[in-house]
Write a protein that binds this ligand. Structure first.
Ligand code: DON
Length: 309
């Protein structure tokens, strides 16, 4: 069923769009700096197959940190709960996404959670396979199934742009390697991680993935259980506690929707049992979250009582 343009949703987007002026597009990955800071679009998928949208939903963007949720679901399915959580923790940090500080101050260098970069690098390290290509294909196959879109791929220019500049992530990897949390070659891991972060889609695809998480891992179109409900539940819990980094507490209070942001300006939302949300608004606040996307979610949450609390 094609996604319907929705007049009411359009009004919410127009309201939130004024806040794009308060943010800036990410430039530390040079390719992301090409985005238009004024963009704001949204799609919402419902379990009965309905879909509504506002703004230019054909625009593609890379997942960046949103890919951390997909990669976590994949490794939980492939490796199991114990294997994964022996190597990465479950606690929020209240630190910026790329912070290195806790690794040294903790007794064990194990990263505190899979949503910060240190933890996400450990998760990507757990994607099994002989080559970067094979491991990436496994993640892409899973992503395509979640989105119900076989066309999804990664953007090589964004991946290359991040690979060239990812020195802080390299530093995290070397620290983790020193402590045997990761064991592979750092350049190989950064190659896979930057391609993972560069997986590209539009708001429709992202909302569809959000809906699968919202429906406890069931594809609402086919009824297929794509991931066990326990895996979907773990991912949604991390989205609540760590999904918006050091803005997660305020986000839970003001908005109350399990959500994950990326520095491309994407936000995936999963309202349990009700709907999946995909937002693209590349102007970011100082914490790396879409500034207008957050305002839009806050507005929607209040207007339609979407908070789960
Ligand atoms: O590792 C990085 O820095 C990026 N590939 C992803 C960071 C990100 O999206 C943080 N989110 N707000």
């Amino acid at each position: 069923m094609p996604c319907q343009k929705d007049q009411e949703l359009k009004k919410h987007v127009e309201y939130a769009k004024q806040f794009t002026k308060e943010g800036k597009v990410a430039t530390y990955i040079p390719e992301l700096g090409k985005a238009n800071p004024n963009d704001l679009s949204i799609a919402i998928h419902f379990p009965d197959g309905r879909c509504i949208s506002a703004g230019d939903i054909t625009k593609k963007f890379t997942l960046q940190s949103i890919s951390k949720v997909v990669a976590l679901a994949y490794v939980l399915m492939d490796r199991g709960f114990d294997y994964v959580f022996e190597r990465v923790g479950m606690e929020p940090t209240g630190d910026p996404f790329n912070s290195i500080v806790r690794l040294e101050t903790m007794d064990v260098a194990k990263p505190l959670n899979p949503m910060i970069n240190a933890g996400a690098l450990v998760v990507t390290h757990m994607i099994d396979g002989e080559t970067v290509e094979e491991r990436l294909q496994k993640l892409l196959t899973f992503t395509r199934e979640l989105a119900g879109n076989e066309q999804i791929d990664f953007n090589p220019s964004v991946a290359a742009s991040e690979f060239e500049t990812a020195n802080l992530n390299r530093a995290l990897c070397y620290f983790l390697k020193q402590h045997q949390i990761i064991t592979e070659d750092v350049e190989t891991l950064i190659d896979l991680y930057t391609k993972q972060c560069a997986i590209e889609m539009n708001c429709l695809d992202l909302a569809r993935i959000g809906l699968v998480f919202a429906m406890n891992g069931v594809d609402p179109e086919t009824g297929k259980q794509i991931m066990p409900d326990g895996v979907a539940r773990i991912c949604k819990t991390f989205m609540v506690t760590c999904g918006m980094y050091n803005a997660s507490g305020e986000f839970a209070i003001k908005i109350g929707i399990p959500a994950k942001s990326g520095v491309s300006g994407g936000i995936m939302g999963a309202v349990p049992g009700r709907l999946g949300i995909g937002i693209f608004g590349p102007a970011l606040d100082e914490k790396g979250n879409s500034v207008a996307g957050m305002k839009l979610l806050e507005h929607l949450s209040k207007s339609y009582q979407l908070s789960m609390f």
